[in-house]
Ligand binder design. Structure first.
Ligand SMILES: *Cc1c(COP(=O)(O)O)cnc(C)c1O
Length: 360
């Protein structure tokens, strides 16, 4: 079978063993005589799938008992609105860190519901770093502090967890959730679209501390009220059942591989392979500040952008696709989520070195 190495930022590659298991179970899940796609979401088979997915995610991430795990739809983009709708809780404003394209979208949406205080921005340097917490201008009356933990387009990741004291920390982890262990108890809310490092598009995961629920702004649609979703086990209406099932298979696979500490080791090694090539080269360069180099999304440019197409074509001929950088930054971007094997990263590193030799 000819599987490509898919470096897409999202929807992204899924682990082959998960796809194969889904294939084996496609038309008759566990002797039920049905595909998961055909099951009632209120039937015992599907209920067990979702309950297991939640239990496995809780175990993988060490999610404390006083946090709800919600399986929603609408993508991370809908969370840009749901977060202020649910978490402003009568306060006038929220604090946002501006580290790139996704932060900007979150800020723009939040402004529909309240005032936004931008605590720091890296726009001055084309979003090539994340401002350190020492320069943040936090507002002690803010409803929450929002960060984009990994800017998927810019390749800027925030390591370590900022300390916002009593003010809830909200993190968009769409592109780095499950890539390494984090201390969930340090966050008020974490959200992530599934299509990068979890599973198929159509599922959005929200992890939220219970004490923050139940104070939505007037006019919040029922479906967008975290408290109602939590009371109904994310089944106020029909959940994205097949996407939850695939995500559940991914969680089981991650557990079998040793959990998130093991994933971090592999992910650090994979990223290092590419950063080593970039650092050893004057042909390629990375715009990102060292301390914020993402483990998941690695943008880089060629010395001469006129060579981009040839680089991409050579990569494609070698079974590597989706390396073209986001239109807002140009150049290349390699997204190397959990499902990208070391061999794929090594193949890219080899091609980069080969190409440089012939062109430098
Ligand atoms: C992809 C992405 C989004 C948008 O996700 P959708 O699920 O398409 O709405 C938001 N934030 C980050 C960090 C992303 O990578």
């Amino acid at each position: 079978m000819d599987r490509v190495f898919n470096f897409s930022a999202g929807p992204a590659a899924l682990p082959l063993e998960v796809l194969q298991q889904a294939q084996a179970e496609l038309v008759n899940w566990h002797g039920s005589g049905m595909s998961v796609m055909e099951m009632s979401h209120r039937g015992k088979e599907y209920m067990s799938i979702q309950a297991e997915a939640e239990a496995d995610l809780r175990e993988l991430m060490g999610i404390p008992a006083n946090y709800k795990v919600l399986f929603l739809q609408g993508g991370a983009s809908l969370q840009f609105a749901m977060v202020p709708m649910n978490l402003l809780r009568g306060k006038a404003s929220a604090d946002y860190l501006n580290t790139g394209e996704w932060s900007k979208k979150a800020i723009k949406e939040a402004k529909k519901y309240g005032a936004v205080n931008v605590i720091a921005s890296s726009e001055d340097k084309n979003f090539s770093y994340a401002p350190a917490q020492s320069v943040w201008k936090l507002d002690p009356n803010a409803a929450y502090v929002h960060i984009t933990q990994n800017e998927t387009i810019g390749g800027v990741e925030i390591f370590g967890t900022p300390d916002t004291g009593a003010i809830p920390l909200v993190s968009d982890m769409s592109s780095n959730i499950l890539s390494r262990p984090i201390d969930v108890s340090k966050f008020g809310l974490i959200y992530a679209g599934a299509q990068k490092n979890i599973g198929p598009a159509g599922l959005t995961i929200v992890i939220v501390r219970e004490g923050l629920l139940g104070q939505t702004v007037a006019g919040t649609p029922t479906m967008m009220d975290y408290a109602i979703q939590a009371e109904n086990d994310s089944m106020y209406n029909t959940p994205p059942t097949y996407a939850v099932y695939i995500a559940g298979l991914v969680f089981k696979m991650l557990k079998a591989k040793g959990g998130l500490a093991a994933m971090e080791k592999v992910n650090r090694a994979k990223a290092q392979i590419l950063y080593d090539v970039l650092d050893a080269s004057s042909f390629y360069s990375s715009p990102v500040a060292r301390e914020n180099r993402s483990l998941m999304n690695i943008p880089f440019t060629l010395k001469d952008a006129a060579l981009d197409e040839e680089f991409l074509k050579g990569a494609k001929d070698r079974g590597m696709i989706q390396l073209k950088g986001h239109r807002s930054v140009g150049g290349m971007r390699a997204s190397i989520y959990n499902a990208m094997p070391v061999a794929g990263v090594q193949a890219l590193a080899d091609w980069m070195k080969e190409f440089e030799k012939t062109k430098a």
